[in-house]
Design a protein around this ligand. Structure first.
Ligand SMILES: C[S@@+](CC[C@H](N)C(=O)[O-])C[C@H]1O[C@@H](n2cnc3c(N)ncnc32)[C@H](O)[C@@H]1O
Length: 296
């Protein structure tokens, strides 16, 4: 409850009223709301997609013989792409053949919103063109987002996917999926033979606490869900990699970072019996196709 009060306290009154209305009218809470997107500095930061991908690939290159993803001519799938098409704009500008966004809360109105086009897609277009000359005009870019990106406003298990995808991606999505093995099994069946993939998994509590594991390890998962709701599946890094392996993927798991500072709670035997302490404090990991470690 304190988390909700903290969030409400930090929002402008106009936004609080809108959020209450969304809750009351139930149906509108199942899609991303345009006003929420436009008001979110996080979502509206045009460099966000490139920053993330670039950072992930820099970390991968630090540890593995990782070759940067090349989107040219590729069929790409992103799971949980969020409100603004995830890495689709970047991938379109880098010449992908098709891009499929599987996002149950997707709101197609984002592609017709003048403010989102001017404040998000235009700076993104300028920035990515500065890095990779796409050779397409801004109008062609927006048309391509409308015509060459397939939107599946569904969860992965329900999505109708025709292609065999060359590249599959997700950014902080897998930790929100509860039947993860079933989903990975489907993902595997839709992946091309030499499919490449990056899945960033955030293993923290998603509650903005100073230590990202606060409240997580003092109780078992059932007690955690009744206290905080069922937002994250509470699988740890080795569980997730194990499910990828079980689904037939060959993977490498790269630690992005661990974080134990400020943690001062007692860890319940439920967690200590199952995991080493080192794993309990892995905050973010990147799961990719199996890649040799960077050697001498
Ligand atoms: C934490 S958000 C991350 C959004 C985006 N990738 C980003 O980096 O901002 C997780 C997203 O996954 C989506 N999601 C949750 N379960 C899903 C599922 N089973 N299949 C596809 N997407 C899902 C949610 O709707 C949400 O947009």
């Amino acid at each position: 409850m304190t988390d909700i009060i903290k969030t409400i306290y930090n929002l402008p009154p106009r936004t609080v009223i809108r959020k209450f209305k969304q809750k009351l009218l139930d149906n509108s809470s199942h899609v991303f709301c345009l006003e929420d997107i436009v008001e979110s500095p996080k979502y509206m930061r045009a460099q966000r997609g490139f920053d993330f991908l670039n950072r992930y690939q820099s970390i991968l290159k630090k540890h593995l013989k990782w070759e940067e993803l090349n989107f040219k001519g590729k069929h790409v799938l992103e799971i949980g792409s969020g409100p603004l098409l995830g890495w689709a704009p970047l991938s379109i500008l880098m010449g992908c053949q098709s891009y499929t966004c599987v996002e149950p809360m997707f709101n197609p109105a984002v592609l017709d919103s003048d403010i989102i086009i001017e404040k998000y897609f235009l700076p993104l277009y300028k920035d990515i063109n500065a890095l990779y000359d796409s050779g397409i005009s801004f109008k062609q870019f927006i048309d391509s987002l409308k015509k060459r990106v397939n939107f599946e406003k569904k969860e992965l298990l329900e999505a109708q996917l025709s292609n065999s995808f060359d590249i599959t991606l997700s950014n902080s999505c897998l930790e929100h999926i509860f039947q993860l093995y079933k989903n990975l099994d489907k993902l595997k069946s839709k992946s091309s033979l030499n499919n490449r993939f990056i899945h960033l998994v955030d293993l923290g509590n998603h509650r903005g606490t100073r230590n990202p594991f606060e409240g997580m390890y003092t109780m078992n998962p059932e007690a955690y869900y009744s206290k905080y709701g069922k937002n994250i599946n509470l699988l740890r890094a080795s569980d997730i990699q194990g499910l990828f392996d079980k689904a037939g993927f060959k993977t490498s798991m790269t630690l992005y970072y661990s974080f134990k500072d400020f943690y001062n709670e007692k860890i319940s035997p439920y967690w200590f019996d199952r995991y080493k302490e080192e794993e309990l404090f892995m905050k973010t990991v990147i799961i990719t196709e199996q890649t040799k470690p960077k050697g001498p």
